[in-house]
Write a protein of this length. Sequence first.
Length: 393
Amino acid sequence: MTANNATYYDELSDIEGRIKQYEQASLYLTNVKQELYQMNTDGFEEEVLEIRNHLLDLDEQKKVSNLLSELKNNIENYYIESELLKKEFENLPLDIIDKAKREEIQTLLSSPKTINHAKKWIRNIQTYVDKRDRICFPKELTQYTDEYLVGTGGFSRVYKVKNIKENRIVAVKIPINKDATIGKSFLRELNNWVSLKHKNIVKIFHYNILPVPYIEMEWCNSCLADIKKPVQFNLATYYIHSVAEGLYYAHKNNIAHFDLKPQNILLKNDVPKITDWGLSRLLTKHGTTTLGISLPFAAPEQFSTRYGKKDAKTDIWQLGILYYHLLTNSVPFTGKDFAEYGKNITSTNTKKLIQEDESIEEVSHILVKCLAKRKKNRYKNLKGFLRDVKKIM
């Protein structure tokens, strides 16, 4: 065989090899096409059909790749939207919807073909609820207009309104019901809160129990629950230091909060302000109620009296959890119910948990002291906490 023939032979062998690769690729794509026919493509039939039509044309492989990528994104977006809508639906007052309609909406949410129909139903129901809640604003409070419900808690509703007489936007808090338990909570909150005047505590403008019980306070446009987390270290530390200053002032006035959580720290021009003093109590009085506490932020003594009585150091624990939450977007203790939360909070090695988390290494000494199970091992008061936080600001 001459050198020239050898070259031809090698080239033909390469071509033969490439043809075999082509045949293998074609066979593979044929199998893929068959698998696409067998897939459950409910809601995405048109997209899959277009992929099938171009799959065996090697000149169209780039287009097929783009179509596959687009289909994947569409499916992922559907799952995300479906989960969000399911949560939104579950948060509606489902007692106003008959069982058949609830089941119909849940079925509509389960398919890409009908999810937009489900979305329309959910939006219509939400619009009705918003209008209904606006109607719930007491007509006796004639000094307000442009009422809009912004939040509902365990005991009360908060509305954004306009005070006509003073021409300013304010928030008005009104008890949901008029039973004895809520009445006592509302009066306790009012008595404690009205005496607190500090830049980091939401300001009360007006209040009364007639013609209906209400508290008018300054309007804040967001809260710590609204901001993206984890929060940048310096900003999180600023927020916590500000909240601690407001709490320190309250403690010096013999008032503890007992319900610190992101929803209860409002923001006005980025200044944190503590709100919702419904569980607050004079430190000269004692009580054992756990009604209304937020379990992820609750202290050991709020689960069991063997850890002592609730006092100012309960706020120090909750402040530590809040700091941890801002820096990590999580909480150190979880559970399904009161008993499981209590067990995890009282049995977890908190010091080890904190010291092993590198994301909070810079403040681990502060968090360990805040989250000591025994109150005697926490900060003596917020003065020491403020001093340690100031050192790292």
